[in-house]
Write a protein that binds this ligand. Structure first.
Ligand SMILES: [Zn+2]
Length: 572
């Protein structure tokens, strides 16, 4: 691998000299207008169209960088019919499944001032075949790599995801490598936030047999389709603003199960699984509506041909292999997908955090609180590793920018966010949190504190400290410890237990404390701020035997010190 990048460096010595000073992320692509031809039999993609680039940097730019997957090649780049000079080079980056981009370094006819724009007419073409090089070269076994990077155009089945998977439309990013921590996710996150307001218009065309046109699916805002006389199937698709959507197209001989709120597209032989999934979606709609509002538009689910393929979601568009499954697992996936159909947010920790929170609510409804806590426990192990990694070094500015409110790290904005939503729910109560969520407007979410204000409008509680520890900053996780527990017998059959709980971690939380006695238990909630203590009193009818802090509803770094055995006679 080292040898390979060294090779690329030498071959490109001349252009790399100038490339070092390139600001690849200077321009945002504000508008895409592309004619996309897909030929499944040849596995080919051919694109022509116009891009509008806006200089988002603070300095004037004379060079623009356009990148596409390395299996595609640039044919022309023009402005106002005038061909532009460009250098085409390979650029090693794990942002594309091939591990490499075809980069065009374009000399613009005139320098573009900050906020200024330039329109480029472009053409490129090539093939998109199954290619998991970026994963196999870091040692991922081939079968596993192919089930993760399953994108391809082929006669039997076509599914191609955009930025972060296959650069089938032009992008411009710095290089990311899977061998360097979360760099790929950070770069994809930066690209998406630069593109959130971009619009994309795609004129899709593919050769088609009149008797059996393919089913073409895109996650666009609108996408009317038609079968043209010349044996062409066309679609005119518009993404009003990309938001966090990754433009994706799928083409196969699907059949469909249609319901009011969802369409499930399935491959031959999978009708039972598709119907099961549609049923599961129908069943979760009341719960989702109660918490997050009614679904907007129709959610789309489509089958993946490889039965081991990793699922992919983009808003309420979900690709997964449809196979007979436990109705509870189908319900879990459907709760997530239908939450996306009901509510969107530009902030991943709200968008994904709430969709995962909905899964915990679903499990609680189906099997009780314990099932929900167990499920969150599985997620906790995912993000605890990330948290522990970070507490070994002092917290830098960089890490502040990795706080939940703007983290690109999936374990945090999915798993940790779910736990934060659960804690908020237990602190303010279901009614207040539902009202706060109902008042959420994504277009008004401009300040990090917007959500906190919505929740505080529904409760008398001060939540500043909680948001500060969990959302605005990343103070890691709490570590609760029962420091002491004193019992006093007040009257015959009456005991007062005084419990001191320490929090050795830096993040505070409200946590349940449970005292157990013969034949029963009693639970109260206690706020323990980071690096401090708090005291709570219980009055119970039987001699207390044991005190436990945290039932698993608060993520914690060390749960081995949470139980305290009360021994001996109670003091009179
Ligand atoms: Zn999701």
């Amino acid at each position: 691998m080292k040898f390979r990048s060294f090779g690329i460096l030498c071959v490109l010595c001349a252009s790399v000299a100038s490339a070092f000073s390139l600001d690849r992320e200077a321009f945002a692509f504000t508008q895409y207008d592309l004619d996309v031809h897909v030929d499944p039999d040849l596995q080919r993609l051919g694109v022509r169209g116009t891009l509008i680039l806006q200089n988002d940097s603070a300095t004037t730019q004379k060079i623009a960088v356009l990148q596409i997957s390395s299996s595609l090649g640039w044919r022309s780049i023009r402005t106002g019919q005038k061909p532009l000079q460009f250098v085409s080079q390979a650029y090693s980056s794990d942002i594309d499944h091939t591990g490499e981009l075809s980069e065009a370094i374009v000399t613009l006819p005139e320098a573009v001032a900050p906020r200024g724009t330039v329109a480029l007419e472009i053409a490129y073409e090539g093939v998109i075949v199954l290619d998991a090089t970026r994963l196999t070269r870091i040692g991922t076994p081939e079968a596993q790599a192919n089930s993760s990077d399953w994108d391809q155009i082929s006669a039997k089945f076509t599914a191609v995801r955009g930025a972060g998977f296959v650069a089938w439309y032009p992008i411009a990013t710095e290089a990311g490598s899977f061998s360097e921590g979360s760099s790929v996710f950070e770069i994809v996150g930066r690209w998406k936030s630069r593109e959130a307001a971009a619009t994309m218009h795609l004129q899709f065309a593919t050769p088609s047999d009149e008797s059996e046109p393919p089913e073409l699916l895109l996650n666009a805002s609108t996408c009317p389709k038609a079968l043209e006389a010349k044996g062409q199937f066309v679609a005119d698709c518009t993404y009003q603003s990309l938001g966090s959507v990754v433009p994706t197209f799928v083409m196969a001989n699907y059949e469909v199960v249609e319901r009011a709120a969802i369409a499930v597209h399935y491959l031959r032989g999978h009708k039972g699984a598709a119907t099961g999934y549609a049923d599961a979606a129908d069943k979760v709609i009341p719960l989702v509506t109660e918490w997050f509002g009614a679904p907007h538009g129709k959610a789309q689910t489509a089958d993946l041909a490889d039965s081991n393929a990793a699922p992919f979601e983009s808003g309420s568009f979900l690709l997964l292999p449809l196979a007979p499954t436990d109705p509870k697992l189908a319900g879990l996936a459907a709760a997530h997908q239908m939450t996306h159909a009901a509510l969107t947010s530009p902030r991943p920790w709200i968008n994904e955090g709430l969709a995962h929170f909905a899964q915990a609510l679903y499990l609680e409804q189906q099997s009780g609180r314990h099932a929900a806590l167990d499920y969150m426990g599985l997620h906790r192990s995912a993000f605890s590793a990330v948290e522990n990694e970070k507490t070994t070094v002092p917290r830098s500015e960089e890490e502040v920018s990795h706080s939940l409110v703007n983290t690109p790290v999936e374990e945090l904005y999915r798993s940790k966010a779910m736990c934060v939503w659960w804690m908020l729910r237990e602190m303010v109560g279901d009614a207040a949190l539902k009202k706060a969520v109902a008042s959420y407007r994504p277009e008004q979410d401009k300040e990090p504190s917007y959500l906190q204000r919505l929740i505080q409008a529904q409760t008398k509680r001060d939540l500043e400290w909680f948001f500060d520890d969990w959302v605005y900053r990343d103070r890691g996780l709490p570590d609760f410890k029962i420091e002491s527990a004193f019992v006093r017998k007040t009257l015959p059959g009456a005991y007062v237990l005084t419990v001191t709980v320490a929090n050795l971690g830096a993040a505070g939380a409200e946590v349940p404390v449970t005292v157990r006695f013969a034949g029963g238990d009693s639970t109260q909630r206690l706020v323990v701020r980071g690096k401090s203590h708090a005291v709570i009193r219980f009055e119970v009818a039987k001699a207390p035997e044991e005190v436990v802090v945290n039932d698993g509803s608060v993520p914690e770094s060390d749960v081995t010190n949470n139980t305290f055995k009360i021994e001996g006679e109670a003091a009179p």
